[in-house]
Design a protein around this ligand. Structure first.
Ligand code: PEP
Ligand code: MN
Length: 337
């Protein structure tokens, strides 16, 4: 449930209510909005007497949260979460673009892509050093060497780095190189991994599982939030449907729906969402028009030689064109890019 404090409730009243709730063995999450403070109560299973709490000093009303996710819910925190990262604000007016190859393949390949996406205006470099592939015989990523190369690209270009972490044991290592920890679609319900990144001090980009509902995505976010990491971004990357002409079906509904249900920033991955580079531009434009806070786009200088996801990777010149188009779409929906 949430306890909505009266407009102008004093800090003493807020502290008193929080203390009483904690004394009853429940967890408290404060959300101090511009208008009023909301005290989120994460229950311990023991019921609380709503009518009684409404009599406490400074309390306006007590409202149950009907969703199974609590900390991720808009009821708990009506304002958008803005993740500030080295001067980049994710979730505000600015639309953030994360771009780069699917995987780090070599120093030359990554640095080439990094310079290209930087020149086009991207601010975050993506690239996997650990690749959870559907086949054990496919390229699995360069591992620690890939992380070193990412660090070099970061140093050279000033881009921040988003890279995937695939197991709880790797979180400390990947966390020393990554600015954003990516949880891949295949690991969306790896709860041990979610809890570990929940205790890490890095923002998390949580990708929707290919067969997961929006509610399951939000419950996975809740695993991270409940460990204390409030910097979570959700990523729609397409789901499996009966359609076979595309790799996945990008669920555009997810964007406005997530914006309604949660305060967390919403990122769209048009590359995995389509699987075809020819479709990436149109779907990227649609994502921004629908209200996405950012994009995750695969870019490769030589897609025909890529070790993974070449078919959905844009060449740098097409990415430059795309960025120009996206700036116009962003302006049309009162955003900047
Ligand atoms: C990726 O971003 O390259 C990736 C593996 O994506 P997903 O986890 O969405 O399949
Ligand atoms: Mn990929």
């Amino acid at each position: 449930m949430i306890i909505v404090m009266r407009h102008g409730a004093t800090s003493r009243q807020i502290a008193n209510v929080s203390a009483q709730i904690e004394q009853l063995g429940h967890q408290v999450h404060l959300s101090a909005g511009e208008e009023r403070t909301i005290i989120g109560v994460i229950g311990n299973g023991r019921p609380l007497e709503r009518g009684q709490i409404e009599l406490w000093d400074g309390v306006d009303k007590v409202v149950p949260i009907l969703h199974p996710f609590k900390l991720a819910s808009r009821d708990m925190k009506p304002e958008d979460t803005i993740i500030s990262l080295n001067g980049i604000r994710i979730g505000g007016e600015h639309v953030v673009v994360m771009a780069g190859p699917c995987a780090v393949e070599s120093r030359e390949q990554l640095l080439g892509a990094a310079h290209a996406v930087k020149a086009a205006g991207a601010t975050i470099l993506r690239g996997g050093a650990y690749k959870p592939r559907s086949s054990p015989y496919s390229f699995q990523g360069l591992g620690p060497e890939g992380l070193q190369i990412l660090a070099e690209a970061r140093e050279e270009t000033g881009l921040l780095v988003a890279t995937e972490v695939v197991s709880p044991e790797q979180v400390p290592l990947v966390g020393t190189y990554a600015d954003i920890l990516q949880i891949g679609a295949r690991n969306m319900q790896n709860y041990a991994l979610l809890q570990t990144v929940g205790r890490a001090h890095k923002p998390v980009l949580l990708k929707r599982g290919m067969m997961s509902t929006i509610e399951e995505l939000l419950m996975s976010a809740e695993y991270i939030l409940s460990q204390g990491n409030e910097r979570v971004m959700l990523c729609e990357r397409g789901i499996r449907t009966f359609e076979t002409y595309t790799r996945n079906t990008l669920d555009i509904n997810a964007v406005p729906l997530l914006k309604q249900l949660t305060h967390l920033p919403v990122i769209v991955d048009p590359s995995h969402g389509t699987g075809k580079w020819e479709l990436v531009a149109a779907v990227s434009r649609a994502a921004i028009a629908a209200g996405a806070d950012g994009l995750l786009v695969e870019v490769h200088e030589h897609p025909e030689q890529a070790l993974s996801d070449g078919a959905q990777s844009l060449k740098p010149d097409r990415f430059v064109e795309l960025m120009a188009e996206l700036r116009r779409v962003a302006a049309a929906v009162d955003r900047t890019l």
